[in-house]
Design a protein around this ligand. Structure first.
Ligand code: PLP
Length: 405
């Protein structure tokens, strides 16, 4: 079957909750994906940073296959021999003493919300059902009803109410706004150190540090959502590392499994995690041995292949090259590490047509919002592959630009 036929079947039987580019991927390796017609593309999205380690990384796939032959699911009614090792390795790598495993990113965020509220009632002393969590404008934290309830994106909420109370929204990047929103009932400030879905938005330098200090002063938990920005994407293990802070809790997901299997986690200090007692929270698949084994391998690849440092260096290189194009369509080039956003002027006619044009030249990108092209290739990308891609990116960014004679 060819691309057209697969798309027809998908459109006929599937829910239309996505608007994908018309490429039907059949297999992938490293930074390259191949469609059903045999055409090859450089993946510059990396499954929203879930495949930081590259597609089908041999070490991760080996862990997946080996564990699949042993035991895949025990449920947490019993213990398994992979989870303790994931706990230990994740804790040693991140410096967080406690780990709670889940599957999707949204579940890790839900876990963070439950932890923060219960910490507020049991430890901070907030009155029952009064806890407030502060979030930011332009946030993205997943698609559950509670999470979309505090989104500022109207489409994410439209038709899905009523929503959970207990959230307050402040302006992203504005520490003053955070400080004014805090009340004695505030239990947590939950923030993406770099907003991914929001358009790779990097807050002003010093903002996270200031926000952290405000939280400390007011006995409010600072929870970093590093599901997209974490695990090397930003050129540091965590994007908050750029400001030298240590949030009280962190959510991770996506690249935690290198894209081979859904694995997420909530990381925190001892005090916060102590609020969970047997029966308080859980998930049938959370912490399963297959996912734990895959996550252990995925973390090991980040370290063994120096992917975090590579992201830092190649990210700077990629941004320099993009700036050198000097396209009049471009309003701003931003990001850290290989987490790059190219914001276009309104007059450019939307990012989608640029993504379509890149696709035709063998590069896969996805627009975020209407005017931002995100470049976030697997961190295993080579400098020569960036150079190869830049030839097409250069052409596409200069689309319809009249050159003066
Ligand atoms: C993707 C994402 C989530 C949600 O993860 P899912 O696995 O899609 O549920 C949460 N927070 C951030 C910052 C994300 O980018």
């Amino acid at each position: 079957m060819n691309t057209r036929e697969f798309i027809e079947i998908e459109e006929k039987y599937g829910a239309h909750n996505y608007h994908p580019l018309d490429v039907v991927i059949d297999r992938a390796e490293g930074v390259w994906v191949y469609d059903v017609d045999g055409k090859k593309y450089l993946d510059c999205l990396a499954a929203y940073s879930a495949v930081n380690q590259g597609h089908c990384h041999p070490a991760i796939i080996k862990a997946l296959k080996d564990q699949a032959d042993k035991v895949t699911l025990t449920s947490r009614a019993f213990r398994n021999s992979q989870l303790p090792m994931l706990y230990k390795e994740l804790s040693e790598m991140t410096g967080y003493p406690k780990v709670l495993p889940m599957n999707s990113g949204a579940e890790a965020v839900e876990t963070a919300i439950k932890a923060a509220r219960k910490w507020g009632y049991k430890i901070k002393g907030v009155d029952e059902n009064k806890a407030e969590i502060i979030v930011c404008t332009n946030n993205f934290a997943g698609r559950t009803v509670t999470i979309v309830g505090f989104s500022t994106e109207e489409q994410y909420k439209d038709g899905f109410g009523p929503f959970s109370p207990g959230f307050k929204i402040v302006e992203y990047g504005n520490a003053q706004d955070l400080e004014s929103a805090i009340t004695p009932n505030t239990v947590a400030f939950m923030v993406e150190p770099i907003q991914g879905e929001g358009g790779v938005v990097v807050p002003p330098e010093g903002y996270l540090k200031k926000a952290f200090e405000i939280c400390e002063k007011n006995n409010v938990l600072f929870i970093a959502d590093e599901i997209q920005s974490g695990l090397g994407r930003s050129g540091k293990l965590f994007a908050f590392d750029y400001e030298g802070i240590k949030p009280h809790a962190v959510t991770i997901g996506k690249a935690l499994s290198g894209g081979a299997y859904p694995v997420s986690a909530f990381l925190s200090n001892e005090e916060v995690m102590s609020v969970f007692n047997p029966g308080d929270h859980g998930s049938t698949f959370g912490g399963n041995p297959l996912g734990a084994s895959v996550a252990r391998a995925a973390l090991k690849v980040l370290v063994d292949e120096n992917l975090i440092e590579k992201s830092f260096e190649l990210g700077n290189y990629f941004r320099e090259k993009l700036k050198a194009v000097g396209s009049p369509h471009v309003k701003e080039i931003r990001g850290k590490g290989l987490f790059i956003g190219v914001e276009l002027h309104q007059s450019a006619g939307g990012a989608r047509r640029f993504c379509e044009a890149l696709k035709d030249r063998g590069i896969l990108c996805k627009e975020t919002h209407d005017n931002v092209i995100r470049f976030a290739p697997p961190l295993v990308i080579k400098k020569e592959e960036i150079d190869w891609a830049m030839e097409s990116i250069h052409e596409v960014l200069l689309m319809d630009v009249k050159v003066e004679a």
